[in-house]
Design a protein around this ligand. Structure first.
Ligand SMILES: Cc1cc2nc3c(=O)[nH]c(=O)nc-3n(C[C@H](O)[C@H](O)[C@H](O)COP(=O)(O)O)c2cc1C
Length: 168
């Protein structure tokens, strides 16, 4: 039997969204932990990240022509939590989280060396959607560790998980 639930409970019913570390160039480059990240188009390849307007990163993503989406693995949970709780307004998150800046090929945003996947995006659109702005970028370069294993990727929705059984 199903019971009526609130909109909050409906959103809470999702199991988990991929955790990424968004990077953007600025006087002090910044990193923000994001669970709002989605593919918006295959051709052209578009990826979007949703950022709340009160975040320090929001202004940086707005001002910048590009950003990077870096996929961490489960061993990077501490760094994920630091980048998802401290503000780039007050701290250098590369330093605070012990992460290494790497120069990107096509964009000004720095990449995170420790992340097994780095995706370089040129911003093509900003979409206001309720309490988040979606910054959508075209993938212009990307790299992946040969040993990358999706099973090591973090998912988040209230709790951190990794993917489970292969169903098909
Ligand atoms: C697992 C996790 C996922 C998060 N997802 C988002 C998100 O999708 N969008 C967002 O605006 N903030 C998200 N946050 C919160 C920001 O990462 C956090 O507020 C951060 O400190 C903002 O940094 P800034 O002040 O340097 O912009 C998330 C935090 C965590 C821990």
């Amino acid at each position: 039997m199903k019971k009526v639930i609130t909109a909050d409970d409906a959103q809470d019913a999702f199991s988990g969204f991929p955790v990424v570390l968004g990077t953007v160039a600025s006087a002090r480059d910044n990193i923000i932990t994001l669970a709002m990240c989605h593919i918006f188009s295959f051709r052209p390849p578009l990826i979007g990240v949703g950022i709340g307007p009160r975040r320090f990163s929001h202004g940086l993503f707005r001002e910048s022509r590009d950003f990077a989406v870096n996929i961490p693995n489960r061993s990077m949970l501490r760094a994920v939590e630091i980048c998802g709780s401290k503000s780039g307004k007050n701290v250098d998150k590369f330093e605070a989280a012990g992460l290494t800046r790497e120069k990107a090929e096509r964009i000004s945003a720095p990449l995170i060396a420790e992340c097994p996947v780095n995706i370089e995006c040129l911003k093509v659109k900003e979409v206001e959607a309720g309490d988040h702005t979606w910054f959508i970028g075209e993938v212009v370069a990307a790299r992946k560790d040969e040993s990358y294993d999706k099973a090591e990727m973090l998912l988040y929705w209230g709790e951190y998980r990794v993917i489970g059984d292969l169903v098909k």
